[in-house]
Design a protein around this ligand. Structure first.
Ligand code: AMP
Length: 312
């Protein structure tokens, strides 16, 4: 099954306690698609500028990611600069240059229209909603957002949320979106806004899924409404947290798309595969680690994750 993803493809300049890296390949759709490509076919919709060349293109091609939906426009690609000097779990944004994204009109290639899965990576909710509406036949829609849209673009975000099955955000965003500091109450609030499943990412502490009663699993065997938590792997060094959330989403959604049936068990495993991909993403700057990853390394770490919380 194929996933279509819409979101940013960018250049990132990043500073962390481990060092500094200028203009590495980044963007939410980039991190997502690289991670998901280990599990299923991935198709990207985005826009890039003249600075996106064969070197960047090769990163996607090497993972067999379909980039015919990445439009070229005159000008520069989206640029983001951020640091994590005080807190590795939260990026401090210094510069966001939308550049060619400022006038982006997503176009869905004909060849993408039979995708069963749609991921709306972090981008203007107006565009997320437009893509969602243009793909009415998809089986499952998941998406992400960030504090900027929650604070300053709330009406558009609320419209977008109505078209989502699964929302993946971090704890601060969940609390901000619901206007409630208690995570369980906040989750209930978010689940009333549209998505039937909410995956809250806790950075180095893992991720928790919350379900409303009509969650996605096949009728008659729906997931219990109680939450499910997947741990994160305690790591000796986090080099760069950028893209961890998107890599989690890529592993999570990619695994779901690779399964014939969506059951409570596949959902739980998907949470673990998300954690596996997030844990690898942070080991090097930008997309470096995921680019060099092998399927065997993913499977080995999955076993490690199981052992991390296994009781008997
Ligand atoms: P995360 O997985 O949350 O660490 O996402 C990091 C990626 O999000 C970086 O590669 C950035 O290029 C991208 N990004 C940062 N700000 C924005 C924004 N306002 N819109 C879209 N993408 C963004």
């Amino acid at each position: 099954m194929a996933i279509t993803v819409v979101g940013s493809v960018a250049f990132d300049s990043i500073e962390t306690p481990a060092g500094k890296k200028d203009r590495c390949l980044g963007g939410a759709a980039t991190h997502f698609s690289l991670a998901a490509s280990f599990f299923t076919d991935v198709r990207v919709i985005a826009v890039v500028g003249e600075d996106f060349g064969p070197e960047q293109e090769a990163v996607f091609k090497k993972r067999n990611i379909d980039i015919q939906g990445i439009e070229r426009a005159p000008g520069k690609s989206f640029f983001w600069e951020g640091s994590y000097l005080d807190n590795l779990n939260e990026a401090k944004t210094h510069i966001t240059d939308l550049n060619v994204f400022a006038s982006f009109e997503p176009k869905i290639p004909e060849a993408y229209r039979d995708s069963e899965f749609l991921f709306l990576a972090n981008i203007d909710p107006v565009l997320q909603r437009r893509v969602r509406n243009e793909m009415p036949d998809v089986k499952l829609v998941a998406g992400d957002t960030m504090n900027y849209w929650i604070k300053d673009h709330r009406p558009a975000l609320l419209q977008m949320l109505k078209g989502l099955d699964i929302l993946l955000i971090n704890d601060t965003e969940a609390r901000m979106l619901a206007g409630n500091n208690n995570l369980v109450q906040a989750a209930r609030g978010v689940l009333n806004l549209g998505p039937h499943t909410l995956v809250v990412k806790h950075g180095e502490y893992g991720a928790t899924a919350f379900f409303s009663r009509n969650s996605f699993a096949p009728k008659g065997e729906g997931l219990e409404p109680h939450p499910f938590r997947a741990p994160a792997l305690p790591l000796e060094e986090v080099v760069d947290p950028t893209g961890a959330g998107d890599s989690f989403a890529g592993g999570f959604f990619g695994y779901l798309a690779s399964q014939r049936e969506l059951t409570p068990a596949t959902f739980r495993r998907a949470m673990f595969y998300g954690s596996v991909m997030g844990s690898y993403a942070v080991e090097r700057f930008g997309t470096e680690r995921i680019q060099a990853l092998t399927r065997k390394e993913i499977d080995d770490r999955f076993i490690l994750f199981r052992e991390l919380t296994h009781l008997d």
